[in-house]
Design a protein around this ligand. Structure first.
Ligand SMILES: Nc1ncnc2c1ncn2[C@@H]1O[C@H](COP(=O)(O)OP(=O)(O)OP(=O)(O)O)[C@@H](O)[C@H]1O
Ligand SMILES: [Mg+2]
Length: 257
């Protein structure tokens, strides 16, 4: 039997909370480290920030011999090319995914496609796209406004997608991003209790607020954190807690079978 490609998004209506960062980091980690076949569809018009990151990454890798060599070595080691990053308006995202599956590298089917969606739920097309996904992960931070907006988002997903019974959606999970190490954990506990009372689930692993999450590939040679061509450098994984989150998500969406 042909295996099904999972459709996953880090999505919420709040801006600047790490959707694109998580999309890139997870896509690269699953494709280059965990060995899955991954695709990314950037639907966040007009910024298209993931698509543009891929363009920048490619330009740097073609200009700097160190990165060119690194890319070649990676190709030889893992035996496959970079994952595709397409750009599609959000209402056409699922069509875009079908096309990506049909044209995927080396006649393989992708195991998972990640979507970077816009934060606005103001069109039927976007809701339709969300209803066609298998999993949605909504990044949040311990900030009243962020939480309020995320809970509203989750409410809309619940009312207009899950409760209709017509959606594909198997799970909607919140996840803490930009966690301040100095903040008291009781604060998080209070928020989590509230989230639980609303019947929402939250992932066990969270990501700290650290500058490394902002580091991209530049022309300077340095360990890589955020890139569409390479995974997080092993030296930077420790303290990022990213590997733990990736393991949790891998398990939750049943990628292993
Ligand atoms: N864990 C983290 N620690 C520190 N900075 C972070 C972390 N996660 C994301 N950032 C930074 O926060 C900013 C917003 O992240 P990102 O662009 O991924 O968010 P977004 O939700 O996609 O935003 P937009 O709504 O603009 O699409 C970026 O500068 C990013 O580098
Ligand atoms: Mg973004």
């Amino acid at each position: 039997m042909e295996k099904k490609t999972l459709l996953v998004a880090f999505s919420t209506q709040k801006g600047g909370i790490g959707k694109s960062t998580l999309t890139v980091l997870m896509a690269s980690y699953f494709h280059y480290v965990k060995g899955y076949n991954v695709g990314v569809i950037d639907c966040d018009y007009p910024q298209y920030s993931v698509y543009k990151m891929r363009e920048r990454d490619k330009e740097i890798a073609s200009k700097i011999p160190y990165y060119k060599e690194k890319s070649f070595l990676q190709f030889k080691t893992i035996g496959k090319r970079n994952y595709p990053v397409d750009r599609t308006p959000a209402p056409n995202a699922i069509e875009g995914a079908k096309k990506m599956i049909d044209e995927y590298i080396g006649d393989n089917a992708p195991d998972v496609i990640f979507f970077d969606l816009p934060g606005t739920l103001n069109s039927e097309g976007i809701l339709q796209t969300l209803a066609s996904l298998d999993y949605i992960f909504s990044p949040i931070s311990a900030d009243r406004m962020v939480l309020q907006s995320t809970l509203e988002f989750a409410g809309i997903i619940n009312d207009s997608i899950i409760s209709t019974g017509k959606s594909q959606l198997q799970g909607l999970y919140l996840l803490w991003n930009m966690v301040d190490a100095r903040e008291k954990s009781d604060l998080y506990k209070v928020y989590e209790d509230g989230i639980g009372e609303l019947g929402l689930s939250i992932l066990k692993n969270s990501l700290p607020d650290t500058k490394r999450y902002r580091h991209e590939m530049t022309e300077m040679i340095a360990p890589i954190f955020r890139s569409t061509l390479f995974p997080i450098d092993k030296r930077l994984i420790r303290g990022s807690k990213f590997d733990l989150l990736a393991d949790e998500i891998e398990e939750l969406i049943h990628l292993k079978q």
